[in-house]
Ligand binder design. Structure first.
Ligand code: ZN
Length: 481
């Protein structure tokens, strides 16, 4: 029997195993010189250093022999190589003159005693242009693409190229693009991108928008762009999207609450919502999406970045004054929760029918229905209620054989209700109590970074005290809430 007569899944598996074996045997490193000499400069290059090959190059090399065997194997290899495409902006211009492009011949390069190289210009968008050209001239190749990832491209020219690549790939499931695509793309571009009810290909399931600071020229070009917002058009439909991630801060036409409200009009089937490390989206924008996907949402991560320092992520305020705790506790499919909210209370943990598992983190600025005039005693009482409620929920989940841990970040401390412990810097409280407090303390393994998720703060040492001790100190105003 000929190997190609095997059932497709068997043959595919054999080719996959062969590819794995090839990639273990093939070259995994490439060469660079110790310094990049400029043209006409005579620099002595006696040393070369090695760096790892990119994952894409490794995959490509591993299927080289398979691609040459027959048409069917060639098709399999293309689908393997083009399934995930990662495009980065090219930085640096050096090229090593004697280094062969055929990586299997690297061993001969090793024999050259005096390697040489030149710094030559390379188009930073060259790879992106090449990808676009390939999919335009050989459209059959683009049908293999399931995941596209673009990073480092923020100009009008690259936005066009990215949208052109996306338009050619109508079977992508996962897409990661710069947020500028949302600012410069047209409604038709976005219909193509989301690909809902277009009659060809499959709809997009996972979308990631990354933002970052821009150089002055790039920022000015973006600010001066007056394209209408594609989200204002009804035909831009997010209803097939399962995962939405918005990541990174920028000053230039950032993603804001009004964008999320516009997306929420159609984003009714999200399973995963992740809004991380940006200060331009508040809890109101997040809640618009949470309400839209109320029945499907399983994972919610909202950890914004404060405008005024990192210590506590500022979640913004809700104008409507609605009770967020009840809304979050009512999400029927929610499993994985990590949120920053303006206020919380025991109601967040009151629904024992929830499906929460693993680590649940809640970062809050205040407690529900507390004003600035609310006394420390009432705050301490509400805090105690919240801890009891959290413990009840953890027990209820354990009865269903699910492990749930809850951490609450509030007033510069980390609370672990299950262990009845509080982690924080209690130096001031010790002074206020004239050294009478705390009764017992230990050094904490958690640090201030726990409050913000950012590690660059100067990290003091934290102590851990019992919950009772902590609330006792609050009652006596040694600790201010
Ligand atoms: Zn509440």
């Amino acid at each position: 029997m000929h190997i190609n007569d095997l059932p497709a899944e068997l043959l595919n598996h054999i080719l996959f195993l062969a590819t794995k074996a090839n990639s273990e045997e093939g070259e995994s490193f490439t060469y660079g010189l110790s310094q990049a000499p400029l043209p006409l400069e005579k620099a002595k290059l006696t040393k070369y250093i090695r760096g790892p090959l990119s994952a894409e190059s490794l995959r490509w090399d591993a299927t080289a022999s398979i691609r040459q065997t027959c048409g069917r194997w060639h098709d399999w290899a293309l689908s393997y190589n083009l399934e995930h495409i990662f495009e980065r902006c090219w930085k640096g211009s050096e090229r090593w003159a004697e280094l062969t492009l055929d990586r299997s011949r690297y061993k001969y390069y090793e024999l050259i005693p005096t390697p040489s190289g030149y710094a030559v210009y390379r188009d930073p968008y060259g790879s992106l242009k090449h990808t676009d050209r390939l999919f335009k001239t050989v459209p059959s190749t683009s049908t293999n693409v399931r995941r596209l990832w673009f990073n480092g491209f923020y100009t009008a020219e690259t936005d066009k190229l990215i949208l052109s690549v996306i338009a050619n790939c109508d079977r992508i499931q996962t897409l990661s693009v710069p947020w500028t695509i949302l600012r410069r793309g047209t409604a038709d571009d976005w219909v193509d991108l989301l690909n809902v009810n277009t009659g060809h290909g499959t709809p997009l399931e996972s979308l990631e928008l990354q933002a970052t600071g821009l150089s002055r020229e790039q920022a000015a070009a973006l600010e001066n762009d007056d394209s209408p917002c594609p989200l204002d058009f009804a035909k831009v439909d997010f209803s097939a999207l399962k995962r939405l991630k918005i990541f990174g801060n920028t000053m230039h036409k950032p993603i804001c609450d009004s964008d999320l409200r516009a997306i929420a009009r159609t984003a009714t089937n999200l399973k995963c919502l992740d809004i991380t490390n940006l200060s331009t989206v508040s809890v109101a924008g997040m809640l618009a999406l949470v309400k839209a996907s109320h029945d499907t949402l399983q994972v919610l991560e909202h950890s914004p970045r404060s405008d005024d320092g990192f210590y506590h992520p500022y979640p913004g305020n809700l104008e409507t004054g609605e009770h967020i705790c009840e809304l979050l506790a009512s999400l029927p499919e929610m499993r994985d929760l990590s949120i920053s909210v303006p206020n919380m209370c025991g109601a967040l943990f009151a629904n024992h029918e929830v499906k929460w598992v693993g680590e649940c983190q809640v970062r809050t600025t205040d407690l529900c229905s507390c004003k600035t005039s609310t006394s420390a005693t009432i705050r301490a009482e509400k805090l105690r209620e919240a801890f009891d409620s959290a413990r009840d929920l953890i027990r209820a989940r354990r009865r269903m054989e699910h492990h749930l841990s809850i951490e609450i970040f509030f007033a510069g401390c980390i609370f672990e209700p299950a262990k009845k412990l509080v982690h924080g810097d209690f130096a001031l409280a010790e002074i206020s109590s004239n050294g009478r407090w705390p009764m017992h303390k230990q050094s904490s393994t958690k640090g201030p970074y726990g409050a913000s998720g950012v590690y660059e703060k100067e990290e003091g040492y934290w102590d851990v005290v019992s919950e009772e001790d902590y609330l006792y100190a609050v009652d006596r105003n040694w600790i201010a809430l």
